[in-house]
Design a protein around this ligand. Sequence first.
Ligand code: BQF
Length: 291
Amino acid sequence: MEILNGKELSEKIKNDIKLEVEQLKAEHKIVPHLAAVLVGDNPASQSYVRNKVRSCEKVGFESTLIRKDESITEEELLDIIQDLNDNDGVDGFIVQLPLPAHIDEQKVTLAISPEKDVDGFHPINFGRMTQGLDCFLPATPYGILKMLEEYQIKTEGQNCVVVGRSNIVGTPMSILLSRKGYPGNATVTLTHSRTRDLSSILKTADIIIAAIGIPNFISSDMTKEGAVIVDVGINRVEDASRKHGYRLVGDVDFDSYMDKSGYITPVPGGVGPMTVTALLLNTLKSAKLKI
Ligand code: BQF
């Protein structure tokens, strides 16, 4: 298997972003500014937000982290979102998901101004995406497209099987791969928990996007020789030998692909870093609209 190295590619793209930010600063006095709202103390969410803030620092963006206790009311959170919408100094912002059960995520997503929705979750951006209009693409699918492009993976006419139908990964990914152009023009099958005989569908796939959230769910005996395997899963599994008592594994049994041909993304270091970098690209795009 050839490795699709998301970590390495994300460093390369971040370096390009950094150079562009230096130019924006020098020529237009513009410094892109990303804000993040983190509610509660979910360890995974804290780590994701840390990655985002650290990446901002690396490329020369300004960043603001707004931390709130999980007892925050929906109304208070919507007020914070309104302030960020109105703040001309902020180019884009994200509200880290998941939110506590008493807050309606849909309501929160709808409250974010589509012009600052650098996560690309607002239905305006989703709708614009489906029609091929200019928009903020959702970060994970955007990062995957960048990776397929960099490694010149053929998508036209290829059978692509997406596993998982979430609003933020599976569903948009299926739309993006079936759109006209590159990377697109694929024949896409969107599968999910109610799909019958997933194994035989997977056997037809030239490209697999695994976004199910079940550790090691897909193994090499279920897929064909030479397939491109994109593993979106980031699952914490207990591992007493590790510093924090857990390690990250994907939705794909990576080790089972040792002796196969094709391409595979590792976890960690595959899609994850590309997701964060895609968020930076969206924020840069938003900032450049000020010119
Ligand atoms: C890596 C995310 C599920 C639900 C909400 C690098 C990240 C992860 C892994 C990261 C993710 C996953 C993020 C690695 C952001 C990706 O080295 O493999 C970076 O920070 N991500 C998120 O913000 O919300 C999620 C997954």
